[in-house]
Design a protein. Sequence first.
Length: 587
Amino acid sequence: MRLYKIFSFLLVSIFLFTACELLDPKDDNHSTIDRVYNDPAYAEGLLIRAFTYIPTNDYRWDEVATDDAVSNDKLNTFTRMAKGEWSALNDPQNVWDNSNRAILYINEFLSVVNDVTWKSTSKEQNDLFIRRLKGESYALRGLFKYFLLRNHGGFGPSGELLGTPIYNEFLKTASDFSKPRATFTECVNSTYADFTEALKYLPMDYGNVANLAALPAGFGEVTDVNNYNTVYGDFSRQRVSARITKALRSRLALLAASPAFNASDDQNLWQSAANFSAELLNDLGGVSGLDAKGHIFYLAAQVTEANLTSGDLKDLKEILWRRPVYSDNVREVANFPPSLFGNGRVNPTQNLVDAFPMANGYPITDANSKYDPTKPYTGRDPRLALYIVFNGSSMKSTTIQTGVGGGNNAVDAIPTSTRTGYYLRKLLREEVNANPASLSTQQHFQTHIRNTELYLNYAEAANEAWGPDGKGTNAYSAKDVIAAIRKRAGITQPDAYLATVTTKEQMRTLIRNERRLELCFEGFRFWDLRRWKENLTIPAKGVKIDGSTYTYFTVEERAYNNEFMHYGPIPDREVIKFSFIQNKGWN
């Protein structure tokens, strides 16, 4: 018995010794936050991670949740949303998670950026890296705060207009996340503060300079032009610049001035929105700076032009900020008509088609338009044929028939056929071959900001602030901007219809319609309807064509609640976890 006890003791001792060896962790190759101080590429990864969360990194096609389009994919999340499934538990427009993650990455990056050795061999270059990266960080943090406000700001049950919690420091404990929602105004001011801070560090545009005399204002401390070019030169194109930051500020100002968030119609907010946009437009040359081909930015020549690696970015008058150019065929395979081996996913509505005026500029509802309902596509605004495939359109040298006898391209012929009588053309490259037997690709890019958006931002704000012909302290009016946009589109000149628009209310209707046309399928319509507090329940319409007979019908109802769905919900789990006030109506 005594021997057994001794043996057992030895066995247990061996096991415990071995267990200690096994359970005592050894050094491994797992990275910790300490690595950022010695590895600048790893440190910058914190900031790069935030870039991956930008909501406009890809087109969302959420127009299918509006009156502009439907999808032939019956399981499409935005289709289900529009038909009544939008809730705080099921929100396809939720940016709460990714935007707050991005903000936390940015905050952690800002806490270490000054202590990382970015360039050990040059103090000046090291300081410039710190400066640029801090500028980008503040601008990006402002961007994510804007999207949080747009998607999740709203009125609480007590009637107070709320934003989201403001996180300006890296959060370390669970209790830090329970900070209550700030007011909408506090969030706007916090976002403006981030943009203002970013502008302290950033040049208007990135690009190499020839000598010290050519340095941008505010970089007088630079003694070696090579240091500047290494940090702020051509290599940094499409990083966040001061120009991009100011464009983001323009978006924020327009949101804050809009009816959904400006119930008192504060004219100071409209004036600020107009002036922030004008600051950028003036640098482009004002109204004359509108890119003559900006409305076809996705076509071959414009994609090639946008892939600029050097030169003055002001010469590129349309694409302000984009993702890298890449080659694929995803958009085309998804959206070409079935006869061209596509899945016909996004189907523009009759509602959108009717929004395009005649080539003489008059709405089709105006007797002066000369609209012929038996020839509905004849004599229309040229943008209609550029953006939408209708019955009789030519696409890839093929006539697309969507009416009776149109084969698989006809309405509801097969699961990949159009449901409305229309197919998407905008954003697609017709040079793509979608045939699985001989697939080909073409170059594309995703757009974050186009200058046309800024022109439209200005027109909307200027009209609300000063009326159709008012200019404030600027050299052009809302009417001047809309005239230039319509002229570019191919509206017959002189623009007889525009001349009849004399009141703020008439101009507002026209501006909103021009915005609808110019920015269609780029992710604006869903949010524009909400910030304008427009009717969300207009059904999506389509057309069935049998010879010369056009029958218009409802394709899909819109099951929104106009009482509260102009504002998105706070995710339900966040309300439960942190006792956040939910927006009115979403409980």
